[in-house]
Design a protein around this ligand. Structure first.
Ligand SMILES: *Cc1c(COP(=O)(O)O)cnc(C)c1O
Length: 362
């Protein structure tokens, strides 16, 4: 049982993908054309915001959203310590200094109280990460941001279709960054990302920054870069977007199946926090003997993954960022285990995974 099979997904959607690719080949436009514009319109609608701007990756989306929101050198940006490296890499390429906050034990998302304790006069923005497909506790974060004059840029790379108190992920802060890396809930056939926002000036700035800072062709008014979305990926994403809700619903069914069958085990199970709609990007259990369990599952033919083996400051490159108390993030890194969860996984396969896990971690 693989942890994930993208080949199965391609098989299910093959005809629509073939048509999307063929339409681009026939049109003969490959970068920032009508298909990018169409996807941007549709994805903005999906997120319930006014603007979406396609870029080359989720990491770029975060960097450009931060820069467009006014973040730059000398600024501090607070994010969760248990995120993946791209989140902090994007803060750094925006020119700012990442500051790591510990997370809430239950949801593995940034702890608003820990966050509040880290705000200084240099803090310019907060990047809550909607980890595993569940939104961070946004209301206290937005309240603090309003009080202290901070920008809020959501890292929604794992949260396509997630929600918080009736509002969609991506529509919660000043701007949000999505990734369409192939393994995400909405994935391209390569790298792709988008910034979504209700703020027209942020959208306009991202549009310039993704193309050499050009306001119009060969008229550069900001120091930008090349981070464009291409027509092929946009056509693929437009073809896949209408399937996102039904695919997320299937993820939810599989998550419920796991939760039912694992309820009596020794594992700590993921839960949907009050008022939140989980997009079930990952189904992450916790075990104090995670590494042994993982090896036993591998021996039984069941693939798993770990998101993530280390909190950010436990990586050699980021040791200097480990200044606050980040004990909960460290404990998560030692205990989390992601079980196979993708829409094409059958009920029988999920039952086999659950029963094997239950047998090995009674
Ligand atoms: C995938 C991911 C990113 C980076 O997206 P890329 O498209 O791979 O650059 C950033 N943050 C989180 C939480 C992610 O899961």
């Amino acid at each position: 049982m693989p942890f994930l099979s993208l080949a199965r997904q391609v098989k299910v959607l093959r005809q629509e993908l073939d048509e999307a690719v063929a339409s681009v080949l026939e049109a003969g436009t490959f970068i920032l054309g009508p298909r990018v514009e169409e996807f941007e319109r549709r994805f903005a609608d999906y997120c319930g915001v006014r603007h979406a701007v396609g870029v080359a990756s989720g990491t770029d989306a975060l960097e450009l959203a931060l820069r467009a929101a006014g973040v730059g050198p000398g600024d501090e940006v607070i994010t969760a310590a248990n995120t993946c490296i791209p989140t902090v890499a994007a803060i750094e390429t925006a020119g700012a200094t990442p500051v790591l906050a510990d997370v809430d034990e239950e949801t593995a998302t940034i702890d608003p109280a820990a966050l509040a304790g880290l705000v200084t006069e240099r803090t310019r923005a907060v990047v809550p990460v909607h980890l595993y497909g569940q939104c961070a506790d946004m209301d206290p974060i937005l309240e603090l941001a309003a009080e202290r004059g901070l920008k809020v840029v959501e890292d929604a790379a794992q949260a396509h279709g997630a929600g918080y108190r009736g509002r969609p992920a991506g529509a919660l802060g000043d701007a949000a960054a999505f990734s369409f890396y192939p393994t995400k809930n909405l994935g391209a056939l390569g790298d792709a990302g988008a910034v979504v926002t209700n703020d027209s000036s942020v959208a306009e700035r991202v549009r310039m920054l993704r193309a050499y800072g050009e306001r119009s062709r060969y008229d550069s008014v900001a120091q930008g870069r090349n981070s464009r979305l291409d027509e092929l990926q946009a056509a693929v994403l437009t073809a896949k977007l209408p399937h996102l809700d039904e695919r997320n619903a299937r993820r939810r069914e599989l998550a419920s199946l796991y939760t039912e069958r694992l309820a009596t085990t020794s594992l700590r199970l993921p839960a949907e926090a009050g008022g939140r709609r989980h997009a079930w990007h990952l189904y992450v259990v916790r075990s104090p003997r995670r590494d042994e369990l993982r090896a036993e599952l591998a021996a039984a033919g069941i693939g798993t993954a770990v998101h993530y083996f280390r909190a950010v400051h436990q990586h050699p490159a980021y040791a200097h960022l480990g200044t606050a108390d980040l004990g909960r993030s460290e404990r998560l890194a030692a205990e989390v285990l992601s079980l196979p969860l993708f829409p094409e996984l059958t009920d029988d396969e999920a039952a086999l995974v659950a029963d094997t896990v239950a047998r090995l971690a009674p």
